[in-house]
Design a protein around this ligand. Structure first.
Ligand SMILES: [Zn+2]
Length: 391
């Protein structure tokens, strides 16, 4: 047969095949042909191009059904990784995420949120380089980094805007500072948005409309709408911690306004309501809850109701299929969940709650790292970059 363009495919066909294999399921040439409807010859050419670029590799032993042995191909684990950084109020977590979106290594350093972003980012870079070394991955295989910050991030500039718990970071070009140490694309986003990306990827891949609510010192949410993360016009979408709450008792929020949800239902509010000198942190409250302290349980449940009250509006507005509660207060188990459910199911229209599931995250602290990896993968594996790798 004469050589046709199909047997010497343009890079875009190989990029599509690579995208297909990113679900982590290895496939043979025959299975790839069946999945795409393309001819064996076309698939063969594209598989060869991806093999030559080192982007895919044979996965497992060849299968032989009487004829020629046939390999399955999957994403080459050596092809590269992306980095994830989660800057928290009291910790710095870093992770490596492979090209099929699995967290393959992580480390956490307990550091108080430094006033000096340069120092914090230098430490994050060192921790990531350390992980790469321990994972046996040369640093030139680091393709991109996704970084989450606990505060508003302008989605146009990637810079934090008046973050209440990290004033020294206001307007800082975080990506540029990190690139002084690791020269790869750096994507910066709000940490709860990353949690939403991570939660969906790892736990709810088939759900297109969901909300992840982080409940800890602060309260915020990340939205997945129509299968895509929703940031809004400037990146502040989902910032429900500063939504107003109707309350008989007036409380000033750290943002300056009165009666924000966070001022009534975050850890500092519960600590204040308990009014016991020895109870000064969220961990202390959790210990009380675990010991069955009925007053602590009451306050947690009430916080759940208040969060649910604000979520009722969100449910009416965007009709999610799943609400996932995450953050340290979810360690209080059913109590916070019960409060949220009570308020949302009581106040929402039947059609909105008919198939609505309200659950606690099972992914723990790793979820923001998985989300950071997802954000980095979007940049690292953008079609034009994969095409460039194929050459
Ligand atoms: Zn506020």
């Amino acid at each position: 047969m004469p050589s046709t363009p199909a047997s010497n495919p343009p890079a875009s066909g190989a990029v599509d095949l690579f995208t297909l294999l990113r679900d982590g399921v290895p496939r043979s040439r025959a299975e790839l042909a069946a999945a795409t409807g393309l001819s064996r010859a076309t698939i063969g050419g594209r598989v060869d191009a991806l093999l030559a670029a080192g982007l895919i590799a044979p996965a497992g032993a060849p299968e032989s059904a009487g004829g020629r042995p046939s390999f399955r191909f999957g994403i080459n684990p050596e092809a590269g990784v992306v980095g994830a950084i989660d800057v928290g109020a009291t910790h710095l977590a870093v992770g490596l995420v492979d090209l099929t979106a699995h967290l393959v290594a992580s480390a956490t350093e307990p550091v108080p949120l430094a006033e000096d972003p340069a120092e914090t980012l230098a430490l994050a870079a060192r921790l990531l380089e350390d992980l790469l070394r321990r994972h046996g991955m040369p640093s030139e295989r680091l393709l991109a980094i996704g970084l989450g910050l606990p505060g508003p991030v302008d989605s146009r500039t990637g810079r934090p805007v008046n973050p209440p718990i990290m004033p020294g970071w206001n307007g800082v070009d975080v990506a540029a500072l990190l690139r002084e140490h690791l020269d790869v694309p750096v994507l910066v986003d709000n940490d709860v948005t990353l949690m939403a990306l991570g939660e969906r990827s790892a736990a709810w891949p088939d759900v297109d409309d969901m909300i992840v609510v982080k409940v800890a010192t602060g309260i915020g949410s990340g939205l997945i709408l129509g299968g895509r993360v929703h940031r809004g016009a400037r990146g502040i979408a989902g910032d429900i911690g500063h939504a107003p709450l109707a309350s008989p008792e007036s409380v000033r929020c750290r943002c300056g306004n009165l009666d924000c949800l966070e001022a009534h239902a975050g850890w500092p509010a519960i600590i204040r309501q308990l009014g016991r000198a020895e109870i000064t942190t969220g961990e202390h409250v959790l210990e009380l809850v675990q010991s069955g302290d009925s007053e602590a349980i009451q306050h947690i449940r009430q916080a759940g109701r208040e969060i649910g009250e604000v979520l009722t509006t969100v449910v009416q507005l965007v009709n999610p299929a799943v609400i996932v509660l995450a953050g340290s207060m979810t360690a209080a188990g059913e109590h916070v969940l019960a409060g949220v459910r009570e308020a949302v199911y009581q106040r929402s229209a039947p059609l909105a709650t008919d198939e609505l599931r309200i659950v606690a995250s099972t992914l723990g602290a790793q979820v923001a790292l998985i989300g950071g990896g997802m954000l980095a993968l979007e940049a690292a594996l953008a079609p034009e970059r994969v095409a460039a790798m194929i050459g």
